[in-house]
Design a protein around this ligand. Structure first.
Ligand code: ATP
Length: 434
């Protein structure tokens, strides 16, 4: 059973161990923004790599791009974001606080007043100006989703890669939304990272590929260690659908405060390609030279959040147990997500041990992300690595000087085995399935 205050404990661990820091903390923090520390940046990269491996590397029907974050206003006019990407806002006339109208039911949560203004739409896109003069002609937006990068480059990708639907274009990168109520740690932030696939299919195959991607994406979370009981797929009601979608299901995770979205899988039909064709006056379509066939593909979009997903992996992995009568905190992270794969630990800080320990480190570094740690007692160092999810500790002791062997300790079982240094790389690569 997870502890009652799991969220607090996790936030605390993230700060204490260097996963996630409040941004600009020395200045009192900055409006629900966060910085990823030495461990957090490694783990976030592992989440994105695991996604990329599954969605691009292991497939022959998906390519990836990396589009600009600063984007042309026409993109967002065509996509509908300028007109519809809004939340209704009300101001409290009494305490001047500003709220999302759909979240407060007519009463100011701060002062209890019901003297509120009418709701006004507030656009969630960050607007900025490119160049030295802040004028309408130089308006740009920070992208609120990565998806449009794939739509506006559709013809470029089609022509340069000679693809035929069904095929996909993937992208991983930052997106920005001026969220009115960021919160729940990194669940909702104004700057976050997305992992999106736009999968282009012949118009009559939309339903089939939608099913396929729902199954495929659920499998991905399970495969990386989220238990079945904490995951579900929730189809949207018709009135809940976005303006571009004919069908959407969310992959949801059981957060400590309730179910929350990790990923939306939507059938965007030909909405985006058609809108950009109209706005730009360009032909955006698939043309088969052999058959003369011509059509605007439909799009199935699995759109996930990397930062939000990382948090769910951390929550699912958090555990507390007892080892030899002593309490420990352990992150049971999948080996692929763990920031460090191995820690190299000389039994003590001793001048005879450290050359061998450094030799072991140099041996492992080309193959895996390692940490070298020689301060404090060995027991405390094991605990520290349990707490950050390091799957293996490699201990160099005085016997190692004679027998040229080291001890490998496994995180979950705490089992220890002795391995010759000459076989260590092979052993760890095998165990970590690298
Ligand atoms: P929500 O309903 O939570 O605002 P959304 O339905 O607007 O999310 P999408 O536009 O479908 O989200 O974006 C795809 C994914 O991007 C989401 O499932 C989520 O994982 C991530 N995401 C969206 N907004 C944020 C945010 N403000 N902070 C962190 N991650 C986000």
């Amino acid at each position: 059973m997870p502890p009652e205050d799991l969220m607090e404990r996790l936030v605390n661990l993230c700060k204490r161990r260097g996963f996630i820091f409040p941004s600009a903390e020395i200045y009192g923090g900055f409006r629900s923004t966060y910085d990823y520390g030495p461990l957090g940046m490694l783990m976030l990269r592992n989440v994105k790599d695991a996604w990329f491996r599954s969605m691009v590397q292991l497939r022959d029907d998906v390519v990836a791009i990396d589009a600009a974050i600063l984007s042309h206003p026409k993109i967002w006019e065509a996509s509908g974001h300028l007109a519809t990407f809004t939340d209704p806002l009300v101001d409290c006339r009494n305490c001047k606080e500003r709220w999302r109208a759909d979240e407060i039911e007519g009463v100011c949560p701060k002062c209890g007043s019901t003297d509120l203004t009418d709701a006004r739409p507030f656009n969630l896109m960050f607007k900025t100006y490119v160049g030295p003069v802040a004028e309408e002609a130089s308006v740009a937006y920070l992208r609120p989703e990565t998806a449009q990068g794939m739509f506006v480059n559709f013809m470029n990708v089609l022509q340069t890669t000679r693809r035929k639907p069904p095929f996909g274009v993937a992208q991983v990168g930052k997106s920005f939304r001026n969220e009115i109520t960021p919160g729940n740690f990194v669940f909702r932030t104004r700057e976050f990272e997305q992992m999106e696939l736009e999968y282009f299919v012949p118009p009559d195959q939309g339903a089939k590929w939608f099913e396929y991607w729902c199954d495929e994406r659920l499998r991905w979370y399970r495969d990386l260690g989220i238990p079945e009981s904490l995951l579900r797929l929730r189809p949207h009601d018709p009135e809940e659908l976005s303006h571009y979608s004919s069908m959407t299901s969310d992959v949801e995770f059981a957060f400590p405060w309730g179910w929350g979205e990790l990923e939306g899988i939507a059938n965007r039909t030909d909405f985006d390609l058609t809108a950009h064709a109209k706005m730009s006056g360009q032909r955006i379509e698939y043309f088969d030279q052999a058959t003369g066939e011509r059509y605007v593909p439909h799009v199935i979009e699995p759109a996930a959040g990397a930062t939000r997903t990382m948090m769910s992996f951390l929550l699912a992995a958090y555990d507390e147990d007892q080892v030899a009568g002593e309490a420990r905190t352990v992150l049971r992270l999948d080996r692929r997500l763990a920031p460090y794969k191995a820690a190299v630990l000389p039994l003590s800080k001793n001048e005879r041990l450290s050359p061998v320990a450094r030799e072991v480190l140099a041996l492992l570094q080309p193959h895996l992300m390692c940490e070298y740690d020689e301060t404090q007692s060995i027991g405390r160092r094991y605990r520290r690595h349990d707490e950050i999810g390091t799957p293996y500790c490699v201990t160099v002791d005085f016997e190692s000087l004679d027998d040229r062997a080291v001890t490998i300790r496994e995180r979950d079982s705490t089992e220890q085995v002795r391995i010759p240094i000459g076989k260590l790389v092979e052993e760890l690569r095998g165990r970590l399935a690298l």
